[in-house]
Design a protein around this ligand. Sequence first.
Ligand code: GLA
Length: 738
Amino acid sequence: MGIKHYDLEPQNAHAAKCVFKLDTPNTSYIMAVVDEDNFLGHIYYGSKLKDHDVTYLLRTGEAPFVPSKNNRDKCSFMDSFPMEYPGHGLGDYRDGCIDVISQEGHRGVSLSVVSHKICTGKPDLTGLPATFGGAGHCTTLEILCEDKALGLVVTLMYTAFEDVDVITRSVYVENASKKDLYLTKVLSACLDMDNKKFERMTLHGSWARERHIQRQKIGFGKYAVSSLRGEPGHQEHPFMALMTEGASQDAGEVYAVNFVYSGNFIVQEEVNQFDSVRLTMGINSEDFCWKLGTGEGFQAPEAVLVYSENGIGGMTRTFHDLYRNHLIRGEYKDKKRPVLINNWEATYFDFDTDKLLAIARQASELGIEMLVMDDGWFGNRDSDNRALGDWQVNEEKLKGGLDFLVKKVNKLGMKFGIWFEPEMISPDSDLYRNHPDWAIAIPGRRAALARNQYVLDITREEVRDYVYECVAGILRSANIEYVKWDMNRPLSDIGSAKLSADRQGELYHRYVLALYELQNRLTEEFPYLLLENCSGGGARFDPGMLYYSPQIWCSDDTDAIERLEIQEGTALIYPLSAMGAHVSDCPNHTVGRTTPFETRGYVALAGTFGYELDVTRIPEEDRKMIPSQIAMYHKYNDLVRSGDYYRIASYRENHRYDCYAVVSKDKKEALVTYIQVLNCPNYHSRRIYLKGLDPNMKYRIEGEEEEYYGETLMKAGIQVKNLWGDFKGRLYHLKAVL
Ligand code: GLA
């Protein structure tokens, strides 16, 4: 394992000078430096290899040859060579990773390797979230490249992990010239590979239906998924997987990329004339232009690369392990979260201290552990039309003040949590009346409203400080143990009153850096706080935000059936411990569907688990179920948070039922969730083939007498009896018989 550098014989038949080989437990990633210009070529990424000199795969021994052998066809070389980090405009007509405009107005970048260094562990990325790991967990390779003509120095950073099959990449760019340079594109990763008849998997959606899975064959041309919303958004997700034809949950090769970033992104695959595919990922270069004065640098965010030869499920479990062990931090990293009740769907804006206390009283009797006060507690916020920015407690609603309410809730034995939307400003707010220029807008244009609000220009220090003090001041004023940090509109009308004309193209990225700075400050001042990020549901559910908050609200759609698809897409990459999921009231507020209370509980169990309803007003038979649901949460949550996730059947594919399992790392325990969405007339019990068990261990399903080998349960399966009705669910809890 680790990273090695091998010098090759001079004038190696394939014109390669040296090789870099990165090994994780089961994968290898190989690159070589070729020709006089020291181009860095990508040779191989896939299951682990013993050999390192596989430079014949670079095809430098065949036409068009490397430029030193055949300079008349340099363009053909540039346009077909598998570049590790392709430039722009100098003969490679595929989309590259980096582009610059010089002070003279010229474009074009080509990088040559100058030197490298290998170190144990993984350095932080200044100002950005990133996966982490110390010596013994990972090794990092830095390859220093330059474009002499520009005086541009580019460091390519690669980290190979030792406990998980992950390679991370990022890029640092520095202007070593005497003139200003304008960076107009800087992606974080590229993978040039032969097309193995790939299929592509991506995630798409909208508000209330985030991260639905899409799978398609790839073909010639380009396919990109991207965002210009200043956040990843409900619509697209910074993820793409290329899979060999027919790859299933359990078999086939999968190459996946995910982006540790919470702003504009692009992920693209391009199939060229030679049927090779270039997969790239990074900050979206549209509306991006970063000025680099002499000596200034730019740090691109981190891209995560996962290769699995064990199908989609293998990829999923790799991402889960990486994010649980090397990204999520803080007090709640490996801890059970308190069962919360949130008043949003219970009351919307119509609440006061009495109403909240009535909910809390009833909730505490049922075993709920935390009350979260959602939107509407500040300024004159009686609807979503006003008051964002005026973060003063509304004492007409909260008579006696916030501290009084929190103390009362604490007295009931419950924790207290609160909602903020710190990045926003309503035109109808004192803040806007006093500081209209604090909103992001283009002078001379009326900025577009969304949910009747503008976005604050938190790239300005005074705005950022104001925002921080609003949140921190409230948190210092009472015993608040949880914050839901919301963001309910995307960015538009990109203009900052503070930035100079030649730096306006930096606003989108500066915004994300400012957000990270705010959350960093918050987690440092309040290390015990449970932070849950949110964006109109799940529009900012990405690894960048997970670095600051161990959980993110998955979707405003709390309907148990809609959630099956949303949670399947989310759990494709992110651990169940990160998915905010609540039991809500019926008919469901988003789709009007009525599902059994029990089923709502089973589905929420695959996430953080909590309630979002007026517990004083739901039917008595539902209320009575809450203590046993909470007991179920306490019984299974350690397993759900830390186990391996296996997708067994998908309602999205079969339109009838959903089934997934979580198996403990030692394989001694498993929890299988089966949801029958639609009943079917006249059919037999359904055979379900379990996954992830130890074939040689014997298991017993709780409540049943028989014992079976894991092998039997996986190869022959279990029979799920017909459940009478739609939207029904069952849990199967398996324990190894020791
Ligand atoms: C967003 C969140 C909801 C709720 C509302 C409040 O839509 O996703 O859960 O907090 O804002 O306005």
